[in-house]
Design a protein around this ligand. Sequence first.
Ligand code: AP5
Ligand code: ZN
Length: 213
Amino acid sequence: KRVILVGPPGCGKGTQSPLIKDEFCLCHLATGDMLRAAVAAKTPLGIKAKEAMDKGELVSDDLVVGIIDEAMKKTSCKKGFILDGFPRTVVQAQKLDEMLAKQGTKIDKVLNFAIDDAILEERITGRWIHPSSGRSYHIKFAPPKTPGTDDVTGEPLIQRKDDTAAVLKSRLEAFHVQTKPVIDYYTKKGIVANLHAEKPPKEVTAEVQKALS
Ligand code: AP5
Ligand code: ZN
């Protein structure tokens, strides 16, 4: 299966991805995680991306399409992939369609994590992540067994630089202006499943499983 996860910051894309990945044996490609790794490693790509990310704006289509193209070529996942955080503009969606058409494939399903903006600030400001795996926790909704520590590796958790109430405002604006049209783009193709992303994680997982089965 080739699946896209789309929704505003904090809607639960990163939380649901590992579960989908394991259950359906798909490869998880998250442009946000790839960009943060490039920023941390101070690669030329990371240096170019950092300014926009810190402000909560989108990185240019060319940069992001380039990293996805590379990542898709490298994956060995035969059963397909989950795209988390990509495409985020209609241009990115069109480029993705072109890339897949060349391989004779296409997107099977787009999971739209529908949620009210008002819920997202608490989710974003309470999030703690394990940077190398991308696992995320929440101080209230999904606390780690030991505060500040990853359940699997025992390594320290960090907060993302863009997870502040102020930067969230720009991220939400980018979502409404640039990413909402991507949902319309796939709705016209008839492949969107709308999820109730405000529900507790387990209930969202059940909706995801239903949409993909
Ligand atoms: P990215 O990393 O993609 O960030 P985002 O889209 O803002 O999404 P988040 O990671 O914040 O949210 P999530 O849905 O994964 O939430 P999570 O599951 O962790 O992008 C970052 C930046 O990179 C962008 O701003 C941009 O600059 C750049 N970028 C990336 N891709 C790009 C692209 N394609 N084009 C251009 N630029 C790009 O959940 C959040 C919290 O809530 C967690 O603490 C979690 O535990 C908790 N939680 C999750 N689900 C629930 C639930 N059901 N109930 C209660 N709590 C929950
Ligand atoms: Zn995420």
